[in-house]
Design a protein around this ligand. Sequence first.
Ligand SMILES: *Cc1c(COP(=O)(O)O)cnc(C)c1O
Length: 354
Amino acid sequence: MQRSARIKIDLDALTHNLSVVRQYSNKAKIIAVIKANAYGHGMLAIAKHLENKVDALAVACVSEALHLRNSGIDSVIVVLQGFHDQQQLDQCFDLNLEPVCHQAWQVDLLSQQGANKPLNCWLKVDSGMHRLGIHTSDVVTLSQKLSDSSAVNNVRLMTHFACADDTDSLLNQTQLDTFNECQENLEFEISMANSAAILSIPESIGDWVRPGLMLYGASPFSEKAASAFALKPVMALTSHIIAINSLSAGESIGYGSCWTCTRDTQIAVVAIGYGDGYPRHAESGTPVIIKGQRCHLVGRVSMDMITVDITDLDGSAEIGDEVVLWGEQLDISEISSCSTTIAYELLCNVGKDQ
Ligand SMILES: *Cc1c(COP(=O)(O)O)cnc(C)c1O
């Protein structure tokens, strides 16, 4: 089934963004995060491009890792949620994965396994996000249990920031201090930083960094564009014009008739909508690019179409002309802030079937 919306993936931009990660990360090893279909960019294509350029790949769950292994990816794979049961733990051994242990029962189960082929594993500490991670008071005991086990090779410690995208948040320093306090007398390698921390908290770089969003060329900060960090968008989302209509002042457009022309208006109908993952809540005024120029969405987003005011376009638009919804000339953050969401969600939504 071919709809009109297209995703273009620029792998050179991905390579470029990886070099930006390196600039910010000293000599830290890099775990490229490719969960959720590589943020909608297509997990396999991204994994193949990155496998020899980074130190590890990270996915959320064992089934994503299985897909990578079945497709011939043999890099180190970190499983961020770890195993959910014994069967998935068996798969971690079979597939040579590096699970994250974030609950004491996972540590117990893993450390009791037979020793034929020990795994590297990650112990995740809750330093203040209160989602995944063991309590700081259990770090010594549980890390010891893992490193004593013949089923485990290297143990590393990690934590995750709740508010790294908010550089003013006091929680960032609190989490850094909390994590450092519990790991500084232990000998393990550490990992703290996601994209936002890589770009804004130099003390969080540690031994391993875990970039996701920035690899794809988007900014994790609402108030700072990707270009401020020289990041280049990997994904472009395009479609084309399927109708052009002339409306008079006073006529309204689309479902709910919620946008009314204040002047005689040229409207281009573009074949993309929330059925393609374009956000339904994109408000009137959301930018799109036609003929290299910024125009604005007006009226409500439909399932398969949006309407765009092209009255002020320099030169005339025609049926079939390409429309860029985000990409090189249009930072996805602009679209996410016009639709009260984040770039992460937009990327995942359009790229579900990539
Ligand atoms: C998704 C994820 C990352 C990557 O986060 P970005 O904000 O996309 O850089 C890093 N670490 C963990 C534990 C994650 O779940």
